[in-house]
Write a protein that binds this ligand. Structure first.
Ligand code: KDG
Ligand code: MG
Length: 454
């Protein structure tokens, strides 16, 4: 067993108590023994580790190993709050896994969700997600199949992916779109600067002191350092500018190219309605996160005023966050991520529910979804009928050394590959070269100094 401690792991790599005798570990407490035990001793959980590593950015990974030596990986990365999830796993989840039956995925999920009493929230749900993913990885490896086969088999040959093009000014944006097309992307998200604003979401600031100052961040908004970078916001300037950008992009690239745009939670319902309406001539694939969406009623107003398709949910944690807006058909795409929605099991249920309303997937796929989370989404996306599109931002070279992956990206389409399991291997020695580094997402202030949604 490789010692994972040098990879900033926060728990020992030693076998867990209880696994050795094939019985459940939970009878160590004062209650009755739990029945989450196995008839097949080889499938008992022998070890669970939490590996925190920061190759190009921070990642939190759960690795579970059975008595038979089958390993499963799960992504628990929560951008800017990584150590909270690592502690939740190490202190509260790892001790519960000893001697448990790795094959009982649904039971494990329900046990971790319900037995904690406290429900939902990004930290809890990222932790549960990591266990869920790792157990699916193990199950598929034991079955000798790529995970998508266990989820029902492929519903398509590949997953249409979109990339992030950006530029402060139009010429830079056009270059970025062309670069993405050359890389194979057939669908493109468009973000630009806004006149009068020094730096906004999608375009890095020239004034920050962080390492990526002045560079557009198609790939990574979180910046290393002890305090979040400040960005600017002015909704009226944004609403005036964005339609002119899409008009220029359509004139340059024609009507065929699917175009997406992220409002990143910054508008009121009325402003979002106005933007959706003004973008209708440019036929967007979707307008994402047009309002903060904590107030889901607000989307009714947006919907009444525009036919621009809406995508929401990258910050949602459970099917309950989607329940009403799916039922009321207030969105067109589910932006949940396996990593933040509690894993493959609940996101699959959410998508089955969404299918009843002709709502499709648009799973969140920025760089803070690790290669493990991305692989899990690819398997799920390949299997479900109501797949829509997959966001694919591409990880950095050091990340790809730490996480060896089998997926392919060909002519704009992703495929997870056909290795048994998720198709991702964690190189713990390589991970150990990159200890955790503090990093934060930026935040916004308006001209008068008021903090605004970023
Ligand atoms: O961690 C936050 C990022 O993942 C988020 O800002 C990226 O909005 C995003 C997107 O659509 O990829
Ligand atoms: Mg987004």
């Amino acid at each position: 067993m490789t010692d994972a401690s040098h990879a900033s792991t926060t728990n020992p790599a030693a076998p867990l108590p209880g696994a050795g005798d094939g019985g459940p570990a939970s009878d160590a407490g004062s209650g009755r023994p739990d029945t989450w035990a196995s008839t097949d001793r080889g499938q008992l959980i022998d070890r669970a580790e939490v590996v925190v590593t920061s190759p190009d950015r921070n990642f939190v990974t759960m690795r579970i190993t059975t008595v038979d030596g089958v390993t499963g990986l799960g992504d628990a990365t929560l951008n800017g709050r990584e150590l909270a999830v690592a502690a939740y796993l190490t202190e509260h989840v790892v001790p519960l896994l000893a001697g448990r039956d790795a094959s009982r995925i649904e039971d494990a999920w329900q046990f971790l969700y319900r037995s904690s009493y406290w429900r939902r929230g990004p930290v809890t749900m990222a932790a549960i997600a990591a266990v869920d993913m790792a157990l699916w990885d193990i199950k598929a490896k034991v079955a000798g199949m790529p995970l998508y086969q266990l989820l029902g088999g492929a519903s398509r040959t590949g997953l249409m992916a979109y990339g992030h093009a950006s530029g402060k000014e139009l010429p830079e944006l056009f270059d970025s779109i062309r670069e993405h097309q050359e890389e194979g992307y057939r669908s493109i998200r468009v973000q630009t600067g806004v006149p009068g604003l020094e730096s906004i979401y999608g375009i890095a600031s020239n004034r920050t002191t962080a390492g990526n100052a002045g560079v557009r961040y198609d790939f990574e908004p979180a910046q290393r350092g002890a305090f979040p970078a400040m960005e600017d916001w002015d909704t009226r300037a944004y609403l005036r500018h964005v339609p002119t950008v899409f008009e220029a992009v359509r004139n340059e690239f024609g009507p065929e190219l699917p175009l997406l745009h992220d409002g990143h939670h910054r508008m009121t319902p009325l402003q979002a309605a106005e933007l959706g309406k003004s973008l209708e001539p440019y036929d967007l694939f979707w307008l994402e996160d047009c309002t903060p969406a904590e107030n889901q009623e607000a989307l009714k107003l947006v919907r009444q005023h525009t036919t621009t398709p809406l995508a929401i949910g990258e910050v949602f944690n459970t099917i309950w966050d989607f329940k009403d807006i799916i039922r009321d058909q207030l969105i067109d795409y589910v932006r949940g991520a396996v990593t933040h929605m509690g894993g493959i099991s609940p996101l699959r249920k959410t998508m089955d529910y969404a299918a009843m309303y002709q709502i499709k997937s648009g799973f969140h796929g920025p760089t803070d979804i690790s290669p493990v989370g991305l692989a899990a989404q690819m398997h799920l996306g390949l299997a479900i009928h109501n797949f829509g599109i997959q966001e694919y931002m591409q990880h950095g070279p050091r990340t790809n050394q730490v996480f060896r992956q089998t997926f392919t990206f060909t002519d704009g389409f992703l495929h997870p590959g056909d290795e048994p399991g998720l198709g991702v291997t964690l190189d713990v020695d390589e991970a150990g070269k990159y200890p955790y580094e503090q990093a934060y997402l930026p935040f916004n202030r308006l001209a008068d100094g008021t903090v605004h949604d970023w």
